[in-house]
Design a protein around this ligand. Structure first.
Ligand code: AMP
Length: 281
């Protein structure tokens, strides 16, 4: 695996590979890699793309400075995991490579209603930060294919919107959520939970499954109330939302007209660790 730390060197290298016919698959990450990230790398490799991943903990997408400070960093292990997976290229920039003009005057993206709901509502500014870093990474790597995880479903929708705004021919692929045996969605933040907390946190998955099973027979209000109560009674310190939404717009589903493609989404705190998960219904 070739490791690049400078944006220009990486751009030049990838441009020359493209001229020789390589198709580029790109997987942006914030590191502390787990099998969820590696599954994205493997999906790109299975298509025989020149597979590029990046590790950059983007400060502008953290609305909570405590979360930023506590974000796990495991670079040596990450490099090893990517090498074992067979990743071809890793971009490991420092902040000046991503924000050459600093982070105080960054671009604003018109994301529409997506930015006002769910993660957008509870993490103000988060998706602007996501777009700032992803736009820059896409400009540097100019991939043909972009791989992202369904765990961050709303982020996938936002990045799709970004690709539309950038007007670039990048195909986005959404990979299924990789889970622990307990059902808990793998997340870098899980390393901040004790084993006992991780077991408790898998309740989110059990409740999403229950919503899926009962979606056609139970009212949306009842499903939400029951799920919220279960989370509150089973060790979750705070629940930001339990939403049953139209999977194409993320707008809440009215009982009278349950859409064909709906999704249940949850954001809740185990201790001070904020966890999100979702399931298509
Ligand atoms: P992050 O490092 O958290 O920014 O995640 C980088 C990419 O990996 C994003 O596209 C995430 O959606 C994806 N990802 C994170 N966790 C998982 C998971 N458990 N399964 C599949 N993809 C994931």
């Amino acid at each position: 695996m070739i490791i690049f730390r400078e944006a220009n060197s990486l751009s030049n290298y990838l441009a020359s590979c493209k001229r020789k016919g390589s198709v580029i698959g790109f997987i942006p990450t914030m590191g502390a890699l787990h099998q969820g990230h590696i599954s994205l790398v493997k999906t790109s490799l299975s298509q025989h793309w020149l597979t590029v991943s990046s590790i950059f903990i983007n400060p502008t997408q953290f609305n909570d400075q405590n979360d930023f400070k506590k974000y796990p960093i495991t670079i040596d292990r990450d490099i090893h995991a990517l090498e074992v997976a067979g990743c071809h290229v890793l971009f490991l920039p420092d902040i000046h490579e991503i924000y050459p003009n600093g982070t105080s005057q960054v671009k604003y993206f018109e994301l529409g209603p997506l930015e006002q709901i769910l993660e957008g509502k509870y993490r103000p500014g988060h998706f602007q930060g996501v777009c700032q870093v992803v736009e820059r990474l896409l400009q540097i790597t100019e991939p043909d294919h972009l791989y992202m995880g369904q765990k961050d479903y709303q982020q996938c929708m936002v990045v799709n919107k970004l690709i539309e705004l950038m007007n670039v021919p990048i195909k986005m692929h959404i990979s299924p959520t990789t889970r622990a045996d307990s059902g808990l969605a793998l997340s870098s933040r899980n390393t901040r939970l004790s084993v006992e907390e991780q077991m408790k946190a898998s309740m989110i998955y059990q409740l999403l499954l229950a919503i899926k099973n009962e979606y056609s027979s139970t009212s949306i209000g009842d499903l939400q109330t029951k799920t919220l109560a279960c989370l509150q009674q089973n060790g979750f310190a705070k629940v930001d939302y339990v939403s049953i939404a139209n999977a194409l717009t993320l707008q809440p589903v009215p009982d009278a007209e349950k859409p064909e493609i709906a999704i249940a989404l949850v954001a809740a705190y185990m201790g001070d660790v904020r966890l999100i998960d979702n399931m298509l219904l």
